[in-house]
Structures are given as structure tokens and as C-alpha cells.
Unconditional design. Structure first.
Length: 273
């Protein structure tokens, strides 16, 4: 199974079983390019269901200090969008089952070219794409190019999104809906699980797609609090910070990430239906 089928099937199985999905984020090429593929495998061993791989970009709009710094380190290492695709292909050599979603900015895709990127992403084994600065009104050409390769174009919904705007976004959304749990940037500390629950219920009234919640989820307790309401959680900044702490000993990264993912997995599995 490949592409959209791999992502859709994984999330459908989680929903049918009542098990919450764990989506993990790391930045490609950080702290060194050789660390990325082993890190992805470690997250899977720890219990990640979907892997988000960040494409480093020089002018991010939503990332907090930890992920901004990871992009800067990665860019200094020479990481490009094409190199990110090579990392996905290398991961696929040993894992044909775990969905991989690229997350980045439209600028990188336009630089490569929409059709060239879509074909290269399909060949590499990418299952989904999140572009923070792509509005749904301008998504048509890319969405069609990705669909031809079986790749889902995933959109974000924010706490400030109006119902009319959410309906427009959801007309274009596929794979899952990424709900941004708070106003602000990744890594922020003002997570309100009850408010997230209200928004998730609202979104479920508008779409049948799984709803994943990200921003502000750092550990087992916060993952459990949000996971009670959502179909799954997205965790990134704490994992990126852990990798940064092993910059001088990248061989220690896999064990550290596996432990982090394991804590999150146990917390989510402790949620009763």
C-alpha cells in the first residue's frame, strides 16, 4: 500500500479500534543529515503512527524558537527539499508501512516546480503534505498534481477560523484535519484542553476526516488531555529539542526519541473510550 491509501488506512484503523493516533514531527537534516532516517525509525519503534518531516525554510511563519533553530541548523547543513525526499526514500527502504507527511512552506515547492515536486514526492514514498502558507483558494493545481501521485494535501484550522472559512478549508482537505490548538507558535505553553475539546466537536460537525491536534503538546499528560477529545495528537517541539541536545552525540538520538515517543504512546493508550 502506498500514498493516500497508506495514510487513510492507518488512521481508519486507529479510529475503528478506538486507539488515538500519535503524529510526530522532526526537522529533516537536523542536527546533522545522517540523523534523520535513524530518528524516523526510532519514532516508529516508540509508537508513532504517522511521521511528519519538516522541510527547513528560512522564513517560517508558525514555528516557535525550537523549530526555527532546527531549520537554521538544517539549512546550514545544506538540506534542500530534494534532499528531504531522498531521506524519505531511504526510510522507505526499511519501512513500507508508516505514513510520512512532509510539512513546510509553499515557497520550497514552487522553487522546485509543482509537477516536478509531486512526481518526486510520489516516487520517494511521501503520503501527505502540509504547507503552512498555502490558502485553499490557491491549492487547486498542487492538489491535482499530488492526487495524481496518491498524496493527500492536508490543511490546518486555527482557533480563530470562522465556520465559513473552515467549511471552505474542509472542501479541499484530505487525509486528516490539523487543528492548531492555540493562538501562537509551536512550543507555546498556554494549552487549554477543554477549549480544544469544544473546537474538535465543532469540527466533527463539519467533516468526517480525522482531527489531529498539534501545538503545545509536550508530554504524556498533555497528550492524554488533548487525546481524550481528538483522533490523535501532533508532537514536535519537544522532540526537536531532544535532538538538539544530542547535536554532539547524534548516535544517542534514536534511543532518546524512542523513549519520548514511548511515553506519549503509553499516555494515549491509557485513554479509555
Amino acid at each position: 500500500m502506498t500514498g493516500a491509501g497508506r495514510l487513510d488506512a492507518r488512521l481508519a484503523r486507529r479510529r475503528e479500534s478506538g486507539r488515538k493516533a500519535l503524529v510526530t514531527f522532526i526537522t529533516a537534516g537536523d542536527p546533522v543529515p545522517a540523523a534523520t532516517v535513524p530518528a524516523l525509525h526510532a519514532l516508529v519503534r516508540g509508537g508513532a503512527d504517522v511521521l511528519e518531516l519538516g522541510v527547513p525554510f528560512s522564513d517560517p511563519e508558525a514555528e516557535g524558537p525550537a523549530i526555527q533553530a532546527s531549520s537554521e541548523r538544517s539549512l546550514k547543513q545544506g538540506t534542500t527539499l530534494r534532499r528531504c525526499l531522498e531521506m524519505v526514500e531511504a526510510f522507505r527502504a526499511d519501512d513500507a508501512d508508516t505514513p510520512v507527511v512532509l510539512m513546510g512552506y509553499l515557497n520550497s515547492v514552487l522553487t522546485m516546480g509543482v509537477d516536478v515536486f509531486a512526481r518526486a514526492a510520489g516516487d520517494a514514498g511521501v503520503d501527505g503534505l502540509i504547507l503552512v502558507n498555502l490558502p485553499p483558494e490557491e491549492a487547486g493545481p498542487l492538489k491535482r498534481a499530488l492526487a495524481a501521485q496518491g498524496i493527500r494535501l492536508i490543511f490546518l484550522v486555527a482557533p480563530t477560523t470562522t465556520e465559513a472559512r473552515a467549511q471552505l478549508i474542509l472542501e479541499h482537505a484530505a487525509g486528516f484535519v490539523y487543528y492548531v490548538s492555540l493562538k501562537g507558535i509551536t512550543g507555546a505553553d498556554h494549552l487549554d484542553a477543554a477549549a480544544v475539546g469544544d473546537k474538535v466537536r465543532w469540527l466533527r460537525g463539519l467533516t468526517r476526516l480525522p482531527v489531529m491536534v498539534g501545538f503545545g503538546i509536550k508530554d504524556g499528560p498533555s497528550a492524554r488531555a488533548v487525546g481524550r477529545h481528538a483522533d490523535g495528537v501532533v508532537v514536535g517541539s519537544v522532540l526537536v529539542t531532544a535532538m538538539a541536545g544530542c547535536a554532539r552525540t547524534p548516535e544517542a538520538i534514536p534511543a532518546r526519541l524512542e523513549a519520548h515517543a514511548g511515553e506519549l504512546r503509553s499516555a494515549l493508550d491509557g485513554i479509555t473510550p
